[in-house]
Design a protein around this ligand. Sequence first.
Ligand SMILES: [Zn+2]
Length: 86
Amino acid sequence: MRSHIRKISRYVCNRCGKDCRGKGKSVVNHIKPRTKFPHLALEPSNLELVCTECHNKVCSRDDKNPNRGASNKGIPNDPTSAWSNY
Ligand SMILES: [Zn+2]
C-alpha cells in the first residue's frame, strides 16, 4: 500500500514539491485526519505523499493530539472520546 502511493507521487512532496526520495524523508499523510475520519484511513484518495517537514506542519493537529491517551485511572483525556461513556 505505502510503496504504491510513493510510486504514484514519484517521491515528490505533494505540498512543497520537494524531492523526498530516500528512507525517512517522506511520509504518507492522511488528508482528512484519521481521528475524525477513521473510515478513510485506508482510502487511497485520502492519502498523499509529503516530506517529513510538511508532515510535521500539516499533521501536528492529528498525530500530536494532546488529548490522546488516557490518565492512569483509565479515563480518557479526551472528553469526546467514545470511551468516556464507560
Ligand atoms: Zn514538503
